[in-house]
Write a protein that binds this ligand. Structure first.
Ligand SMILES: C[S@@+](CC[C@H](N)C(=O)[O-])C[C@H]1O[C@@H](n2cnc3c(N)ncnc32)[C@H](O)[C@@H]1O
Length: 263
């Protein structure tokens, strides 16, 4: 599949903003994974934190973090229309004492925020940057924007998780799931090595492994065997919800959470 260039990727996110408006689907239709990400990332956030949610789309996750603990959280996205809808969502969803704000901003240039944040969250943003060079620039700009001892929380798709899932599928006669044309998955080793001088690597959480096996292997197999008329990609089924609540086992999830601490 032909990869989109950076302008085409930006147009894709603009069209997501316009077509989904304030809906969570602007970010991704697989809402169970978004909720799993919030659950995992929230464990690293403490009251009083100054947090950046970079690439926040229309703000669902940003506002959720703010509603869970009293923090100061800024959501930035490079699509102005995403930010407009995030501000509308803020009026409707905000229920806590946190300071939550939104603005237009690019992960490739966080120069206004040097040594500024206790935590930086990037969920499925680096994978939209088209090349490892751009991904390195983004990682460096996040590292610069963190205070000493601050945490970088990256929930991103990795090549290793994706390959493992596809190997599992192949064993059962299922086709390979392609990388979407607007994504460039991360190489886990490269990310860890690139940040090693400035950031201590605290771990890689395979939080989505069981969910991906349930929804990307067992579900299509059952549909195939039983011959039932079910949309395998429908993320709103009880099947998906149930698998999202099981403990994560193995290394078969495309989506993983990296945790780094600035030295
Ligand atoms: C997959 S969505 C994830 C949204 C949100 N982080 C979440 O967890 O639901 C990716 C978001 O990253 C934004 N994005 C992509 N490249 C960006 C960049 N260079 N700077 C800032 N935002 C970017 C897109 O506009 C989109 O809203």
């Amino acid at each position: 599949m032909n990869k989109l260039n950076l302008n085409e990727i930006k147009s894709y996110w603009f069209s997501q903003a316009i077509s989904h408006k304030t809906s969570q689907n602007a970010s991704w239709s697989d809402l169970a994974v978004i909720d799993m990400e919030i659950e995992q990332i929230d464990k690293w956030i403490v009251e009083g934190d100054m947090v950046l949610d970079i690439g926040c789309a229309n703000g669902y996750s940003t506002i959720s973090y703010g509603n869970r603990k009293k923090i100061n959280i800024l959501g930035l996205d490079y699509i102005p229309e995403m930010i407009e809808y995030a501000k509308i969502n803020l009026n409707e969803m905000n229920s806590g004492p946190s300071k939550i704000s939104f603005d237009v901003g690019d992960i490739l240039n966080l120069n206004d925020f040097i040594n500024h944040f206790d935590k930086i969250i990037s969920t499925r943003v680096l994978i939209n940057l088209r090349s490892w060079n751009n991904q390195k620039t983004a990682l460096q700009s996040c590292a610069n924007a963190l205070k000493t001892k601050g945490l970088l929380l990256l929930s991103e798709a990795t090549i290793q998780g994706w390959n493992n899932l596809n190997c599992f599928r192949k064993e059962w006669g299922l086709s390979i799931i392609p990388e979407p044309p607007f994504n460039t998955y991360l190489d886990e080793r490269k990310v860890i090595d690139f940040l090693a001088d400035e950031m201590e690597f605290l771990g890689l959480n395979n939080f989505s492994s069981t969910y991906y096996l349930g929804t990307r292997v067992l579900k299509p197999l059952l549909i195939k065997i039983l011959g039932c008329d079910i949309d395998v990609g429908n993320p709103d089924m009880h099947w998906n919800k149930w698998f999202s609540q099981l403990p994560a086992w193995g290394d078969y999830g495309t989506q993983k959470l990296f945790v780094f601490q600035k030295k």
